[in-house]
Design a protein around this ligand. Structure first.
Ligand code: SAM
Length: 225
């Protein structure tokens, strides 16, 4: 059976984007942007950090993307929210799954305008524009207005904002919804990363959570009630 993920326009678009990422040295790209990924977590505002890294492709891995497709299909998600579009690679995996679930919407949000424009072009090339709503701006504003029920949330924007975005979207997440956090292994020595992980694991939060050894760690969480 041919899935949307394996259809020609989606394969061609993902191949183009992922090949460009393969050719990029991400550490050098960050350094060129004035951000030392091995140093302190950059003490810059979200917008300044997005501006400086506007040419850096920093997507989910291929395996991570396939995991997103699989999870979205498995729970038959029709409404998905993504924090951090970048060039739209993860969005293409999510939207392919939503289409194959019978249709719905991926609401994704990006702070940096050039990246958002590039992502829109890729969504059109992949034939998935009708399934994706890209909101340009700061997720802390753009995700305030959401559909009544959200089935899956991907947290892939700046690490220090993830807990506040989870809290913003939380009332909309249905029981049984999934929260997927990419790059959970990054900056684990920092306070905000530790307190976010502790929040995910705290039984009082109401999540069942597990780290999967995919790329730089993917934390998959189930909202229990
Ligand atoms: C790791 S990249 C996302 C990668 C993308 N999910 C993918 O797999 O292709 C993080 C992105 O989040 C964006 N971002 C960070 N903070 C944001 C915010 N507060 N609101 C909207 N976008 C934000 C950055 O500009 C950057 O493009």
């Amino acid at each position: 059976m041919l899935t949307t993920l394996h259809s020609d326009p989606v394969v061609a678009t993902l191949t183009r984007l992922l090949s460009a990422e393969d050719q990029q040295d991400v550490v050098r790209a960050f350094a060129a942007a004035g951000v030392d990924v091995h140093g302190e977590y950059p003490d810059l505002g979200a917008a300044e950090l997005a501006e400086r890294t506007k040419d850096v492709i920093m997507s989910v891995s291929r395996e991570g993307g396939e995991l997103l497709y699989l999870l979205t299909r498995a729970i038959q998600a029709r409404t998905v929210v993504e924090f951090g579009t970048s060039f739209g690679i993860s969005t293409l995996y999510l939207a392919s799954a939503v289409r194959d679930n019978g249709g719905g919407r991926v609401i994704t949000t990006e702070l940096q305008a050039d990246k958002a424009r590039g992502a829109q072009e890729s969504f059109a090339a992949a034939g998935l524009s009708d399934t994706i709503e890209l909101r340009l701006g700061d997720a802390r504003e753009t995700l305030k207005d959401l559909p009544e029920t959200v089935d899956l949330l991907l947290l892939d924007g700046w690490l220090h904002l993830r807990q506040s975005i989870l809290e913003l979207v939380w009332p909309r997440l249905r029981p049984g919804a999934l929260v997927v956090v990419d790059d959970i292994d990054l900056h684990t020595d920092l306070d905000f990363a530790q307190s976010f992980l502790a929040h995910l694991k705290d039984p009082a939060t109401g999540l069942l959570t597990l780290r999967l050894p995919v790329h730089q760690g993917v934390q998959v969480c189930l909202k229990l009630a």
